[in-house]
Design a protein around this ligand. Structure first.
Ligand SMILES: [Zn+2]
Length: 323
């Protein structure tokens, strides 16, 4: 579907994700594809078919720019590169992050068990620790051909895109801004309805929620007529949406503090005492709980760094108390 001059939106289905699809964007004049969609036969066919509707073939793709390196945004990258002479353009941090992931891979089962213990979810650890990594293989590193830094103006045929490095949802996340046409390609940084998943792990040294909130400030005041996101639908109210997201996290921080007001709590205890949009905590399965706990942890680390919550490690377990 043509959504702006020289911009086609490609709707790439993903079967096992409640979001239903990822949006890729194709810019015919420069043969540029922003995000690819998830790996798989159906998604590749959908990409190929919709590219044809824009008058292009896979072999016409010259540049692939992932907004970030999550599976639903880079899944088809290798398959496209087998057929086209395309180069991958990404933020410098994507290279570091891939290196980190490769070096962590061997230790990940152990780290996952340690993390669940540290979060206070130890009672269910034994049951799942052996199952999770059975049959999984490490992800292959994606070769980045052109690294871009924050603020760089990427000059493509027919269009210039300014790179905004927006860490938070993913360390390497970028938004792409076309000032001439007042278009923002927002990836998963700003979505019109849902809030992006912000996760913290015990082996991370960053403060992803703080990064995310700073990254929201970065793009808030860009003059835009249209925002082209990675999921859901196209939208126009950037300032309003950014403010909604900021107040969402502010409320969330209050909730987290409230959960650790009376006594020291583990991350799982905090998680069980706050509200979740998807379903109540007791009804979540093991992995949803873990995902929710990584999000609560991101808020706890943010509040700890702000001096609003205390952290204490007793044995293997982390505890939190409102200051
Ligand atoms: Zn996504």
């Amino acid at each position: 579907m043509k959504v702006a001059e020289d911009v086609y939106q490609l709707k790439i289905p993903m079967r096992f994700n409640p979001l239903g699809y990822t949006f890729s964007y194709y810019l015919p004049a420069s043969g540029t594809l922003i995000d690819t969609g998830v790996a798989g036969h159906d998604s590749f066919q959908a990409l190929e078919k919709q590219l044809l509707e824009s008058g292009a073939k896979i072999t016409d793709v010259k540049n692939i720019i992932p907004t970030h390196f999550h599976g639903d945004h880079i899944g088809l990258l290798k398959q496209i590169r087998v057929r086209s002479e395309s180069k991958v353009i990404a933020h410098t941090s994507a290279i570091e992050k891939q290196k980190e992931e490769q070096s962590l891979w061997k230790d990940l089962p152990r780290l996952t068990v340690e993390e669940i213990e540290a979060m206070g979810g130890g009672d269910i650890t034994q049951l799942f620790s052996r199952l999770e990594y059975a049959g999984r293989t490490p992800t292959e590193t994606i070769k980045v051909d052109e690294m871009v830094e924050d603020g760089k103006l990427l000059r493509l045929d027919g269009r210039s895109l300014r790179i905004y490095w927006t860490p938070g949802h993913a360390r390497e996340h970028i938004c792409l801004y076309d000032a001439d046409h007042r278009i923002l390609f927002s990836g998963d940084h700003v979505l019109p309805k849902i809030t992006s998943h912000i996760a913290m792990h015990i082996w991370d040294e960053h403060d992803p929620l703080n990064d995310y909130l700073e990254s929201l400030k970065k793009i808030r005041d860009l003059p835009v007529d249209i925002i082209l996101p990675g999921h859901e639908r196209i939208f126009t109210n950037l300032v309003e949406r950014v403010e909604q997201l900021r107040s969402h996290h502010k409320n969330r921080c209050e909730e987290v503090k409230g959960a650790a007001r009376d006594s020291w709590k583990t991350i799982y205890q905090v998680s069980s005492r706050i509200h979740w949009d998807s379903r109540p905590w007791p009804q979540m399965d093991f992995w949803t709980k873990r995902m929710a706990a990584t999000e609560a942890y991101a808020h706890l680390v943010y509040l700890r760094n702000k001096g609003e919550i205390s952290e204490e490690k007793r044995g293997k377990i982390l505890y939190y108390h409102m200051v």
